[in-house]
Design a binder for this molecule. Structure first.
Ligand code: TXA
Ligand code: MG
Length: 352
């Protein structure tokens, strides 16, 4: 029987995550099945408010091995550990800085991952051998129901449910597309509300650093800590330095990010080379008619939250259409676009 859930507290001020967990009877039944699968050491893909995760019980080594195999992910890459209730934080982490407590109590459940010293309850095969662990309470009713049903002192390792280096899935259909029958079960919780991965924060004593920009803006973290937060060096640059970053969050079609000023010039260059290109832009409010059959223009939202929500689905959609190139207009420089800029930057790196 699935425990009835209290709505997750939404204290993220401006961000209203899916906070009314009224789950259909069918979904409740599926969650019960998912719990049995997970207890038997199998993997289950489940929705979170950011992207779909590929879950496994962290206490079952063979289940964790399966995650790495299914994703073809190197075992040195640590997984994020998801759990249901902040009262369990000290079970999974130790020597927790005050600033981490502040962020956790303000933003959880929500798109924030905290990197903390791992307790002895977190096995090293989950953390890629490191003594730290990434922890998060997701704000999705299905994820929370699943984690609650698993019980106290249980947690799910869940990387994004895509093959290593590829686009994260934001619908159950995307998970099927990515992993096919390699994944034993997919819980369908609809389209993910945020659409980009969680913001990852690490700590040096009380000083917080953002390792990956994501669903929670840095300004919101700073407002809670009343302190400046550093952005990790390898996430800062808007200037492209090809080859310096491993390709990640990437469609199979080569992707190019181009400043607004030169977007059309670049389009004409591709056209002159007889290449088929999809031009994905935000500054053109509605799709324009282009006479050349090789070029298609598609307009994205001009507001970062909705743009972020649609980004992966849009790239996935165009990736299937046989274009030679996806030409993406560089997002505005405003900090609200940081996570989007970061993902696009990584998506256009050369494949290693
Ligand atoms: O929104 C999300 O965070 C999604 C959903 C499913 O929760 N998960 C996700 O997981 O994006 P994944 O595995 O695709 O990305 C996890 C990132 C990796 O870049 C990993 O290196 C970093 O988290 N990470 C995890 N544990 C870490 C640790 N102990 N130290 C540093 N980075 C860590
Ligand atoms: Mg991922």
């Amino acid at each position: 029987m699935i425990k009835e859930k209290k709505p997750p507290t939404n204290n993220n001020n401006s961000i209203d995550f899916q906070s009314s967990p009224i789950l259909s009877l069918e979904l409740q039944k599926q969650i019960a099945v998912a719990v049995r699968q997970l207890q038997a050491g199998e993997t289950v893909a489940f929705p979170t408010e950011t992207v779909y995760g590929l879950g496994a019980d962290i206490s079952i080594p063979s289940a964790i091995r399966q995650i790495y195999e299914i994703k073809t992910r190197p075992t040195s890459h640590p997984l994020i550990v998801h759990f249901a209730d902040i009262s369990q934080l000290q079970h999974w982490a130790k020597e927790i800085p005050k600033s981490a407590w502040k962020l956790a109590s303000h933003f959880w459940p929500g798109p924030l991952t905290l990197i903390l010293k791992r307790s002895q309850h977190v096995p090293q095969n989950v953390t890629g051998g490191q003594n730290t662990v990434g922890l998060r309470i997701p704000a999705h009713p299905v994820a929370l129901a699943l984690l609650n049903a698993l019980g106290a002192e249980k947690a799910l390792a869940a990387p994004s449910a895509n093959r290593f280096g590829r686009l994260s899935p934001t619908t159950a259909a995307h998970v099927q597309d990515e992993l096919g029958d390699k994944v034993q079960m997919v819980l369908d919780g609809g389209t993910c509300q945020v659409g980009l991965e969680s913001t990852i924060v690490s700590f040096d004593n009380e000083d917080a650093t953002v390792l990956r920009p994501g669903g929670i803006p840095i300004s919101a973290l700073e407002a809670v800590l009343n302190n400046k937060i550093t952005l990790s060096n390898n996430r800062k640059s808007i200037v492209r330095a090809p080859g310096t970053l491993a390709s990640h969050y990437a469609p199979a079609t080569p992707l190019e990010v181009c400043p607004t000023q030169t977007l059309w010039q670049r389009t004409h260059e591709l056209e002159a080379q007889n290449l088929r290109a999809a031009v994905i832009s935000w500054s053109v409010p509605t799709s324009v008619h282009i006479t050349n059959n090789n070029i298609v223009q598609f307009s994205m939202p001009q507001e970062p939250t909705t743009y972020g929500n649609q980004l992966y689905a849009t790239l996935r959609q165009f990736d299937k259409k046989g274009f030679d190139r996806l030409l993406i207009e560089a997002p505005p420089g405003d900090p609200a676009w940081l996570a989007i800029t970061d993902r696009l930057q990584r998506a256009c790196q050369k494949k290693s």
